[in-house]
Design a protein around this ligand. Structure first.
Ligand SMILES: Cc1cc2nc3c(=O)[nH]c(=O)nc-3n(C[C@H](O)[C@H](O)[C@H](O)COP(=O)(O)OP(=O)(O)OC[C@H]3O[C@@H](n4cnc5c(N)ncnc54)[C@H](O)[C@@H]3O)c2cc1C
Length: 447
């Protein structure tokens, strides 16, 4: 039985470990933190996140029962709810029928559920194991993991999976012994997490529609909120760093929120809003990709360790889960581990590059375009064409979030073709409207 070391017990590492264990590998997970099920210090990047079809597909492939448990703990969100400056709310469906949904789930619940499943599967979990270095056995070429702390024994495996997040030590080690291309970019946007408590006597009543992702789009910055099962909403404020830095005292925060997000101040509560701004950390957002993702049949990186993306398409974890699905399928189809790793690097890059770009682009859509009449007109035409042309025409959001059978790069290719046609139709409609309006004006002014 081949032995595998998975570095990182985050969402992607746990799913990879489960999938490999089901395929008969003897798996050990090495994680730098303490067991999050026992620790108070959760150190989470966001309290909840959206799981959609690609993520669900990977969960189902690894363990259909696990996927069912996850789906029983989500809140489906069928669209965006746009809050304008006056607090008027307008719903915009994500899908064609109004039934397609992305799903809000508690991040720590999901991580702990996966850890419990990992334990049940007999996978060895070693917490407080911070990877420092990877050496290779001179006799058999196997990777040997060395950890911070002299008392921790090095561990040798047949191969290792690096799922140790954006600042991956596995990736850093890989960069030393393969010619890895690597790009990393911090975007000029930070975030800060807030929350909207539940209402009513038990504080468990939703104060906003729970089945929407709420957005307060204000061009350069925005506020969003996703529901939690207990009646609360987790809300995130995204803004360029100069704005975040200016919001450094209570008066500035209140004035800003009263001006741009008036209805949210009531929901969040003034005191709580100020407390969040005083106490909560500001997170930075980066995008990174590398190539290749592997070294021979010995090391491969997946999830955020291989490709970190900004969170505006809600795909980071979903894409990491899809990495697991793609890799497991290749391990099944290819003649050996080395061939599977090579094929993975060869085929996966274009899909990852596509979703990284889309995630960056979607900030404009969420914070700005959703307010634009031209954008909404284009979206309507997109939906009408989908209805008429059935499967021959699909909106981009549908392909990314609801169609796990269409790879990211294919979705972008199809979208680029469709977008050219959409622009022509949109221009014809706008041109006709302008022409019509000018005729009416002429007629009225002639009288
Ligand atoms: C604000 C925000 C909102 C988001 N919303 C969504 C969303 O709605 N939908 C979505 O799909 N994605 C979302 N994401 C992205 C998602 O959080 C990540 O893509 C996902 O968590 C990546 O999982 P991972 O397991 O690859 O990495 P991580 O979650 O970073 O896990 C890496 C693990 O490796 C461990 N580790 C690190 N270094 C070492 C080391 N040297 N030795 C041993 N262990 C180590 C870490 O402790 C950690 O447990 C969001 C991200 C942010 C920031």
């Amino acid at each position: 039985m081949s032995t595998v070391g998975v570095v990182g017990a985050g969402l992607v590492g746990c799913l990879a470990a489960l999938g490999l264990s089901k395929k008969g590998y003897k798996v050990t997970i090495l994680e730098l933190r303490d067991d999050p099920r026992k620790s108070q210090n959760k150190n989470l990047r966001s309290i909840n996140l959206a799981v959609s079809n690609r993520g669900i597909n990977a969960l189902e492939y690894v363990d259909p029962e696990l996927a069912e448990i996850v789906l029983s703990k989500v809140i489906p969100m069928t669209g965006r709810m746009i809050h304008n400056l006056e607090g008027v709310q307008t719903s915009q469906n994500y899908g064609l029928t109004g039934k397609e949904a992305i799903n809000s789930i508690d991040r720590s619940y999901l991580n702990e559920l996966l850890l419990n499943e990992v334990e049940k599967a007999g996978i060895t979990l070693k917490f407080n194991h911070k990877l420092d270095r990877i050496d290779f056995n001179n006799d058999n070429g196997n990777p040997i993991l060395k950890f911070i702390g002299n008392e921790i024994e090095p561990l040798e495996f047949d191969f290792i999976i690096g799922a140790d997040g954006s600042f991956s030590k596995v990736r850093q080690n890989l960069q030393k012994f393969i010619r890895m291309d690597y790009q990393q970019e911090y975007i000029d946007c930070g975030y800060l997490e807030l929350s909207i408590p539940g209402g009513g006597p038990q504080q468990n009543e939703f104060l906003l529609d729970k089945n929407h992702l709420h957005i307060w789009p204000r061009d350069k910055f925005m506020l969003i909120a996703l529901a939690n099962l207990d009646g609360s909403f987790t809300s995130t404020f995204f803004a360029p760093w100069d704005i975040l830095e200016k919001l450094s005292n209570d008066d500035a925060v209140l004035e800003f929120f009263e001006k741009y997000f008036k209805d949210s101040v009531e929901l969040i509560g003034k005191d709580h809003l100020l407390k969040c701004f005083r106490d909560h950390p500001r997170g930075s957002l980066l995008t990174l990709n590398c190539k290749p993702y592997h070294f021979a049949n010995k090391v491969i990186v997946i999830g955020d360790a291989a490709h970190s993306m900004v969170p505006f398409y809600g795909q980071g974890m979903n894409c990491g889960f899809e990495d697991v699905y793609v890799l497991l399928k290749l391990l099944e189809q290819e003649k050996d581990v080395g061939a599977a790793f090579s094929k993975y690097s060869e085929t996966r890059y274009k899909d990852l590059a596509s979703i990284l770009e889309l995630a960056k682009e979607n900030y404009k859509e969420m914070s700005h375009k959703v307010n634009s009449k031209v954008f909404l007109l284009k979206k309507q035409i997109d939906f009408i064409l989908t209805r008429i042309l059935k499967d021959k025409w699909l909106p981009l959001y549908t392909m990314i979030s609801f169609r796990q059978d269409i790879m990211y790069s294919k979705a972008v290719e199809v979208h680029q073709r469709q977008d050219k046609i959409l622009k022509i139709i949109q221009n014809v409609i706008l041109g006709a409207a302008v022409f019509g309006a000018s005729r009416v004006y002429k007629y009225l002014t002639q009288k």
